[in-house]
Design a protein around this ligand. Structure first.
Ligand code: ADE
Length: 236
């Protein structure tokens, strides 16, 4: 999968995309990730990407033109720093995603849906928001929850992580992403590792019994009980 992020803070992606599973996914050739500085597509000496809001009010609003130019260039792989004919999937297979608090609330089902695209292009807003006309480019507007962040970058990284870890070959075990919380509509069962006793707290006997059928049954029951107690909304 190819993922592009269009942002005024491209270095925010360095740590998250340069560590752990996101790094491994790129090393294995499963993910091709690129962050682009929106200022590349801004004009004038100051390369301004925002301006005062029509109608007044505090804060600045991100301008349409740099966003339109950036998305169009990235989709065409035709921006100065972008390679041509590099084998990236064509723009037709791409989904353009704007991160914003008024978007569709992100969940596991949407993560699964996004794994089906060959390309994702994230547009990350800042300041007081984005000129409404820029949303004409969006295939999807996504929020990661009912709170406001200072920008869409962190939110886009949450989405990227949740999507990329589902791609075949990213997690070590084939079944990793399938048995976890939400994939089966239930929260995950409790997990333990050594030692068998720690500060008086012991690992349930069944897990050290070696009896696989009983372990499976116990795990399912614990998942169900935990979901009923903590997230009854998932069962309805
Ligand atoms: N940008 C600011 N807040 C956000 C949120 N909750 N989700 C997605 N993008 C955002």
């Amino acid at each position: 999968m190819r993922i592009d992020a269009i942002t005024t803070f491209p270095s925010m992606y360095d740590s998250v995309m340069g560590e752990s599973m996101m790094k491994r996914a790129q090393e294995k050739g499963i993910l091709d990730f690129r962050a682009h500085d929106l200022r590349q597509w801004a004009h004038g000496v100051h390369r301004k990407t925002d301006d005062y809001p029509y109608g007044g009010g505090c804060g600045l609003v991100m301008m349409c033109d740099p966003i339109f130019s950036a998305v169009e260039d990235v989709l065409e792989c035709d921006a100065g720093s972008l390679p041509h004919d590099d084998g990236s999937p064509a723009a037709d297979d791409a989904k353009v995603i704007f991160m914003a608090p008024h978007g569709r609330v992100f969940d596991d089902a949407l993560a699964v849906e996004l794994t089906e695209a060959e390309r994702l292009v994230f547009v990350c807003g800042h300041y007081e928001g984005i000129d409404e006309r820029a949303y004409a480019l969006a295939d999807e507007i996504i929020s990661i929850g009912d709170y406001v962040l200072t920008g869409g970058e962190l939110a886009s990284m949450v989405v990227i992580d949740a999507v990329v870890r589902k791609l075949p070959g990213v997690l070590g075990a084939d079944t990793g992403a399938l048995t976890e919380s939400f994939a089966a509509g239930l929260l995950e069962y409790p997990q333990y590792t050594r030692p068998a006793e720690y500060r008086g707290m012991v690992v349930p006997d069944v897990l050290t019994s070696g009896h696989h059928a009983r372990i499976e049954e116990w795990r399912y029951e614990r998942s169900l009980a935990r979901t009923r107690a903590l997230r009854p909304d998932l069962l309805s």
